[in-house]
Design a protein around this ligand. Structure first.
Ligand code: C2E
Ligand code: CA
Ligand code: CA
Ligand code: CA
Length: 280
């Protein structure tokens, strides 16, 4: 097999071969990263737009590579999905996010508990025991199920298997909530709202980007917000970067938002400081 492999390499252009070998290196590194727990979470606040109050956090994974430093998710999640490594990585993300949120909620005495949103990959949904893993993460952390939001992208739902709906219903029956991420970018966003037990729509950043400048983007954004209201769903606007966007969204009655205008994804220490300023 080794010889065959070598022959195969020789038909590649040198540049292509370099790319291929870099991919193999990344895969080997990623295997090591899973064993050595080289992942970290960042938390981005989700804010009630009218009051400015933080109602929840989205957990976003980072790979702390020993030589290359922080690697963003889009640079390794696709490989993690192809190789199945997203399953242990995603499980760690889920458990750690629940643990951290439960800990913060304990310190928020007399305040409404924060929600924590976790991104799930299609590969994770194909695992038959996913609902049990979610239940176990909730139980071990002590986080109430209604504080957990599972985020699914439209592309995940496009290629859904027959088992997907059943999996999602089981997760819902635990008391967790479901959000459709990047809403409006897929081919049949509206169909998913009928087919899947969704609670929250996340308006894709591409709409939010132009909401203050472009009438079409503004009309579509307002339309999505009204759709959410008609279906009794929460709407979260993603990627709010400036006051103009915030004002447009608030005027349009969008309930929640997140984006650099409020805060970037923060380390757990920085998030603790934001949540509990007096504690130092
Ligand atoms: P997403 O779920 O749509 O997450 C939002 C992305 O937008 C995050 O990028 C966030 O840092 C970024 N962002 C937030 N506010 C702003 C803003 O105002 N301006 C701009 N330009 N960007 C903003 P990040 O953390 O690099 O994550 C990228 C994607 O990777 C996520 O997109 C999500 O699809 C995926 N991802 C992240 N963490 C996980 C994870 O734990 N599991 C899985 N399966 N996917 C993850
Ligand atoms: Ca997300
Ligand atoms: Ca998104
Ligand atoms: Ca603008």
């Amino acid at each position: 097999a080794k010889k065959q492999g070598k022959d195969r390499f020789e038909i590649f252009e040198p540049a292509l071969q370099a790319v291929f070998q870099a991919g193999l290196q990344l895969e080997a590194d990623l295997r090591r990263a899973v064993v050595r727990h080289e992942f970290e979470l960042r938390y981005q606040p989700i804010v009630h737009l009218r009051t400015g109050e933080i109602t929840g956090l989205e957990a976003l994974v980072r790979w702390q590579h020993p030589e290359r430093g922080i690697i963003p998710p889009l640079d390794f999640i696709p490989l993690a999905e192809e190789t199945g490594m997203i399953v242990p990585i995603g499980e760690w993300v889920l458990r750690e996010a629940c643990r951290q949120a439960a800990q913060w909620n304990l310190r928020r005495v007399g305040e409404k508990p924060l929600t924590v949103s976790v991104n799930l990959s299609a590969v994770q949904l194909d695992q038959a025991d996913l609902p049990q893993r979610v239940a176990s993460a909730l139980e071990d952390s002590g986080l109430p199920a209604e504080c957990l939001v599972i985020e699914l992208t439209e592309s995940l739902l496009v290629d859904h298997r027959p088992s997907t709906l059943h999996q999602l219903e089981q997760i819902k029956s635990l008391g967790a909530r479901l959000a459709i991420d990047d809403f409006g970018t897929g081919y049949s966003s509206l169909a998913y709202l009928r087919r899947f037990p969704v609670d929250i729509i996340k308006i894709d950043k591409s709409f939010v980007d132009d909401v203050g400048d472009e009438p079409t983007a503004a009309a579509l954004t307002l339309g999505i917000i009204q759709l959410g209201q008609a279906l009794h769903l929460s709407t979260i606007a993603e990627g709010i970067e400036d006051l103009e966007q915030l004002n447009e969204l608030t005027d349009g009655n969008c309930e929640l938002g997140q984006g650099y205008y409020f805060a970037e994804p923060l380390t757990d220490d920085d998030m603790s400081e934001l949540l509990f300023p007096a504690a130092g």
